[in-house]
Design a protein around this ligand. Sequence first.
Ligand code: MIG
Length: 828
Amino acid sequence: MPSFNEALTFIVSQGPDRLLRILRSTRNRDRLDRPFLATLRKRLAEPPRTPGRLLRAAPVQDGACFDFEQAALEIIFLAEDMVRVSWKPGLEPLPYALVRAPDFAAGIETRPPGVKATLQGDKLTSPLLEVQVAPDGALGFWRGGLLLHQQVAPVFRGEGPAAAWTSQARLRPEEALFGLGEHVRSFNLRGSTHRLWNTDPGGRYGPAADPIYMPLPVIMGLHSQGSYLTFYENPFPADFSCTPADLEAGEYQLQFEGGMLRYYFITGAPDRLLERYTGLTGRPGLPPLWSLGYHQSRWGYKSAADIRQVAAGFREHNLPLSAISMDIDYMRGYRVFTVDPERFPDLPGLARELADHGIHLVTIIDPGVKVDPSYEVYRQGLEIGAFCKEPDGRLAQGVVWPGWAAFPDFTDPAARDWWAGLYQPLFEAGISGIWHDMNEPPSFSAWGETRLSLAVKHNLEGSGGDHHQAHNLYGFLMNRAGWEGQRRLRPERRPWLISRSGWAGQQRYAWNWTADTEASWKGLRMTLRTILGTSLSGQPYNGPDIGGFSGNPEAELYLRWFQLATFLPFFRTHSATGTARREPWVYGETYTTIIREHLRLRYRLLPYLYTLAWQASQSGAPLVRPLFWAQPENPALWEIDDAFLLGDQLLVAPAWEPGQIKRTVLLPPGQWVDLWTDTCYSGGTEVTLPVSLERLPVLVRLGSVLPLGKDTPPEIGDQENTTLHLHVYPPRPEELATEGEILAGELFSDAGDGYDTGRVDRFFLRHTAQGWEVTRQEQAHYPFPFSEVRVYWHTDISPITRPSQDGLKPASVPSRRWEDLSQPLQSD
Ligand code: MIG
């Protein structure tokens, strides 16, 4: 609930005309909602029904079916470590989330042909996983004789297709739960409640907000017997509750407001879980390389002149930049797919001009289409019947930035197809990427939730349904349309799309950002927890508005946010309209210099980040990982949400408080070396690390070869003459069992966009009587893009070095400290 003041600010900012519209729209929403909610509430208030007693079990292909007195259960093995559980009655989910839907017989990518599932009494087993079905419908999932997960008999309310299920699990006392997509309240879900309902919290949110834009029905569980992941394939709104208050100790409940109860249960270590989950729901393709650079944005860059000035500012201050986002200000009266002719008279010219400086343009697109009979997009949409309708067939309208707006029904294949084509003029004008906002979707409301009526109709691939069922899918399917448009209209380039909302499978189409966080230290702190949670829910690309969206961060807060985001996939400053300007130089010295060094560091890290992006495209592993990723069996690491791993090799421990000069962190096993000073710390212990204004603690895992590039955007300068800088951190020799070789790093390279093949270089470290040597093994379908390789030995620990024999240039400087690297790298 907004406070009175917030409400007042909102009213004043909206103006009297819009306010009237909002009042009318909200009243209309309530009118449509009333009968719908009455039925829904009545159904959800019914006493819960249990499946009853198990009557019979019968094997089916790859699984078994179980008939209960009041319900039917089907369990299918999709792989030896993955089963699909379906409880009926209830509406079957449309297979939107699945990458290869719905014909499992045709084979999920990771499914071995024909999993041997054996039904014996009430036990269904594969070689890896055993599902035990109790006479009352409780399910036990066992692996290697250990009980991994226990579902209490689920309950349901309502009849037939209107049935709505509640899943209930029993948890181990030490068990930790993660995931559920984007939320802020907690990292570990134990003890908290979350609603799965895509919601715009409205311009500003803090650590108590729930829900926000992109909840995802994915839960990862970790306990002393192992780990598992459950994906609930059900887009209906749901309430998750894991508090001791109203439950038996140790239980969680997930109450869906509709749909059959279908979930996928996967076992394995976290990396394996995400590999399986993304094998099922898809992996992101490689992003274009530029998108991993720095982006500048602001709600309030109002004209081409504004944007030119921003770009010029970056050059003037010698700050590298890869992209500028154009917020809703560029449109003609907030009409999507239009460009204001006065303020942006020559968008193609602007795009070309910026491209000469290596800067890409990204434009925002909202789903709401202004109701205006003289506006082409609106006319077309009406003509082909692409918009959502009210139950009586009238156009469903909401109020967003353009005023009255119609909402494309992205659950309609024809509407998606039409929408996909609308991006053409933007691409023709030279726009490189698209930013999808407002796709939960909200509709400004005078009271209650900011949303359309639940009774609004949707096509749902021809099966028909309402907004209650389709709402959580809306942003996801808008992204699908946008992504398909990019593929179709610009087949030679990779799509790049960032979206505020989405659903399971989202990672196939779009990145995600945390959006309207408050510009406060608490806002900064919650950013990482949110990103770790979405990472574990299958969405590997995420990042914040640096500095927070609403409010004006003081210099130190902005700097800390900037430093954190240097190590996050999405690296963008953005702020709300009416805030103070926030280009990275506005805070003056000493901040500009520190920011410049972080920008350069980010560009140097590109080969490493791009390799992580490639790994994500192969295995679904998120770029940003919680510390427990390195040692999931260590419960002491589970709760840590104030530090993170970037890939395997880097550990980042951000600063969260003003004036911070040190912080502690419990390190995962291994030896960890300070990136800046080469100080070595032993893992498995809590260490205290120095924090300065200039630098966050960043550690490199010993046993790494860290590939670094040049400190400017890849588009800039002399491509033929680039140097690859390999920073070698040999492990302690005594930690190598024998004279063995270790794989210490990977490097993926390709053209940075398009669909030609790439190459992988793998770096091995070997300890011989003469010392360390690094060798390279290549898998090459693309020429080595570097003209020179320099090797830097970080050998405080192992000072003996020897040049390698495979063409890597020997290190001319045997050991070089990080400090020296803030100088131009050319000088030896
Ligand atoms: O109602 O386009 O989260 O990044 O600047 C606000 C204006 C709509 C919300 C996004 C924000 C963007 C803003 N948008």
